[in-house]
Design a protein around this ligand. Sequence first.
Ligand code: BEZ
Length: 211
Amino acid sequence: MTLQLGDVVPDFTAETTKGAISFHDWIEGSWAVLFSHPKNFTPVCTTELGDVARLKPEFDRRSVKVIGLSVDELAAHGDWENDIEETQGQRVNFPLIADSDRKVASLYGMIHPNASDTMTVRSVFVIGPDKKLKLSLTYPASTGRNFDEILRTIDSLQLTAKHSVATPSNWQQGGDVIIVPSLSNEAAREKFPAGWKELKPYLRVVPQPKG
Ligand code: BEZ
């Protein structure tokens, strides 16, 4: 069964570079990002892990835990992390799951057999504090991800979880947002007493709510 938005993500236990974890316990009421890598000692993955390590303070600022996964042995992860530090100038500072039996990869549908029988695709799962899947992305092995975009989606997810708004195309933190269509004008007047710009009855634009 494909994991769908709103589903509680599957729990699992695994060995990681920061010790054994039980995934639901590890999430522990935080936001979390689980992302997979096709294989250790591959070039694109090496650059991605360096970038996520560099962006770790940005994930921390948003109270988001990050965890990577690669279908290799724990011992190999250590050697690869040394290469990442050497080539990317950044030590990996978050746990990396050793999924050599592909248990987690199978549970999360990270193996797409028509792409590869053995390597995972580049999956990203953004998980809420309620352990439900909020967003997922799938990239092929040959295309590295944009982790600034993943931070942008987290900003949107965290904002829209708190306020009755949605974020428009290419929205960035601080930009105008849209009142959700399910909110009547009467209810919107209570939440947005300063009013809104109505481009169409279904397209009501307001400044990004604070807090
Ligand atoms: C990479 O991470 O560089 C990669 C992995 C598998 C296929 C192509 C590229």
